[in-house]
Write a protein that binds this ligand. Sequence first.
Ligand code: SAM
Ligand code: SF4
Length: 346
Amino acid sequence: MNESIKQIYPEAGISRHAALPITDQFERTFNYLRIAINEQCNLRCIYCMPEKGIDFREQHQLLTTDEIFQLIIIISQMGVSKIRFTGGEPLLRNDLLELIHIVNETKNVDSIHLTTNGLLLGKYVKSLKDAGLSGINISLDTLNPEKFYSITRRDGLDLVLDGFEKANQSGISSIKVNVVVMRDFNNDELLDFIQLTKENDVTVRFIELMPFDYHQIWKTGKFYRAEQIVSDLKKQVDGLVPVNGSRTEHHVFRKNGYKGKVAIIPSYTRNLCGECNRIRITADGKLMNCLYSQNETNLRDAMRSGTSDEEIGSLIRDAMMKKHKDGWDAQDQGNDNRESMTQIGG
Ligand code: SAM
Ligand code: SF4
């Protein structure tokens, strides 16, 4: 544990006024932070990064452990109670366990989650649970080893499945599998993925492809609409019963007799923006008030130039107040300057 952090931030650094919940002009309240902690990755998913990688930022440009913790302390005092670490591949960052451990002791934080490609999950899941992790989303687009190689440009399906098994045995309460559904790639695997929910209390989430990749794979006819996935499922699977899910899970079902759930996420069609409760911070410390936003607020430089916690809180509040009504409006403003989801934090 980094004792210096606890000494610097033993308690709230902002006033009661600054600690009001973060809201916007459309009466949304933001209580969920997704923070990318790196850009580097041990896979090269074709819809995310080119084979040679991207122009990764240098270490000194990324947030340090102390800066991440400083932001979480500030934001947790403003009503944010759910934290997700993402990336890049967050399990490649060697202070992840320390971060989870410290955040777990942070007042007001109710749950800590991780989004991972699962390659290193088997190795770390016990330590993650011990550090206080509440939930894991594992990204896995196919159950076929050759197809796994063709989508990630690396081997490793067996490692991801081992990570999935161990996560299920770990006692971590929320385990989800994120599947980006692509036409003529894996839209024929819906039933195979649903089988994962038979014996495991997990949620398999079918997600739309989004236009955030360098090569614009999504323009090549691979996009598969959420409504099409729902229609396929209803045709192909008997005994699907609607059940409740999280905010972004548009349609949620359980197959009769199965332990887990199946959800569909319309991440491209964006018909859930009215429900949005998310704040995003990139690995280089820029706040994005929407996944599709073209504007960023540089919290890293503000912290590095000695801006007070109270003023950082105001920067966060002001940026979220300017959030557009939906992702379509957000996309229409300015120029997109990020070439991969690893730079946004998926
Ligand atoms: N490396 C980790 C992983 O893969 O889970 C965390 C970061 S990754 C950017 C987070 C999520 O973004 C993954 O589930 C991935 O499938 C998704 N993603 C990346 N690029 C995408 C795209 N163009 N469209 C849809 N989802 C995408
Ligand atoms: Fe890596 Fe995740 Fe991007 Fe795949 S989606 S290349 S695993 S960051």
